[in-house]
Design a protein around this ligand. Structure first.
Ligand code: CP
Length: 348
């Protein structure tokens, strides 16, 4: 039986793009994703999100625990009409019976997009190298790019009156974490004045600083690296993150004694920054270490808007990376397959 000619909108497969780091994207491309976030957030509030992920699946590999990243991607897929698969190392063969290349090629044949939260950036880079569907970095030892989409969007939502994004002065206070790296990259790309404030021993490597300075040359932003917490004065946003993460437990005592009390974001530090300064944290937060509960609960804290915007970001990322593969079959093609299968079932 001959397949009828189809009027399907079978768009040419675009060049495959992954979302491993925001540095791979121009300011204009990232702005397109922010625009999409705004529209999808508005649609969600109206309970009218277009089913742009219908019939699609995201395979989510998690080598580390997660609340926000897992729930936001899973919920985003559902809201958009699709499905999310949670794949922990206990559930799949990755790194045990099967290598990354084979796992990536197999998952690519079954899901429409992959997301991986991994211990080592190389793992997510290797997944992407062998994938034939887009791969999103859901956090690695170096970067946390999906968090940045939520963070900058939250800054846009809470811009001080009369200011644009490029007018902001943002200070990250603490350790050179994956959030610190990603934040310094995206803020300098968007022309903000960015400060990393932390003890010399745990400051960012020169390669990160070079990237931030290169971004500033293009964007007109500025970058400051300092140990001096007096630098919080005049900042629009102070950002905190954990003082140690998975794999750094051996350094815990040294880290805590180095960071506490000088680099803890307290109400006193917020007041020093200024009366309009906002507080951000990707969460989970430890309110007896990097910040106080008082700051987290204060009116200037936007941490729960920031967390909600993880969902906003994931909706946009799912749509942004899969919409070009949408194939709408003609009624004739659908009828052809219906009839063929129905006729076959009658013979059973
Ligand atoms: N901020 C963040 O990535 O949170 P989870 O570890 O809960 O995913």
């Amino acid at each position: 039986m001959k397949l009828p000619s189809s009027t399907a909108t079978n768009l040419e497969k675009p060049q495959l793009k992954h979302f491993l780091k925001t540095q791979d994207y121009t300011k204009e491309e990232l702005t397109e994703i922010f625009d999409l976030m705004a529209m999808l957030k508005e649609a969600r509030k109206a309970n009218a999100v277009p089913q742009l992920f219908k019939g699609k699946s995201i395979g989510m590999i998690f080598e580390q625990p997660s609340t926000r990243t897992r729930v936001s991607f899973e919920t985003a897929a559902t809201i958009l009409g699709g499905h999310a698969l949670f794949l922990s190392p206990k559930d799949i063969h990755l790194g045990g019976k099967e290598n990354i290349a084979d796992t990536s090629r197999v998952l690519s044949r079954m899901v429409d997009i992959m997301m991986a939260r991994v211990d080592d950036h190389k793992t997510v880079a290797d997944l992407a190298k062998h994938a034939t569907v887009p791969v999103i970095n859901g956090l690695c030892d170096w970067l946390h790019p999906t968090q940045m989409m939520a963070d900058v969007f939250t800054m846009m939502e809470h811009l001080p009156e009369g200011k644009e994004l490029s007018d902001l002065t943002v200070a990250f206070v603490g350790d050179a974490t994956n959030v610190a790296s990603s934040l310094m990259f995206i803020c300098t790309k968007f022309g903000m004045n960015y400060k990393h404030i932390g003890p010399k021993k745990y400051q960012p490597p020169q390669s990160w600083v070079d990237t931030a300075l290169e971004n500033c040359k293009l964007s007109g932003g500025s970058f400051t690296l300092t140990e001096d917490t007096e630098e919080v004065k005049g900042c629009d946003v102070l950002v905190a993150d954990s003082f140690y993460w998975f794999g750094q437990e051996d350094e815990k005592e040294d880290r805590l004694s180095t960071f506490i009390p000088k680099y803890v974001i307290t109400q006193e530090m917020m007041d020093k920054a200024g009366p309009e300064c906002q507080f951000m944290h990707c969460l989970p937060a430890n309110d007896s270490r990097e910040c106080t509960r008082e700051v987290m609960e204060s009116p200037r804290s936007v941490i729960f808007d920031e967390a909600e915007n993880r969902l906003t970001a994931q909706m946009a990322l799912l749509v942004y990376f899969t919409h070009k593969d949408i194939v709408i079959p003609s009624e004739e093609t659908v009828k052809f397959h219906e009839d063929k299968i129905e006729n076959f079932l009658k013979t059973l």
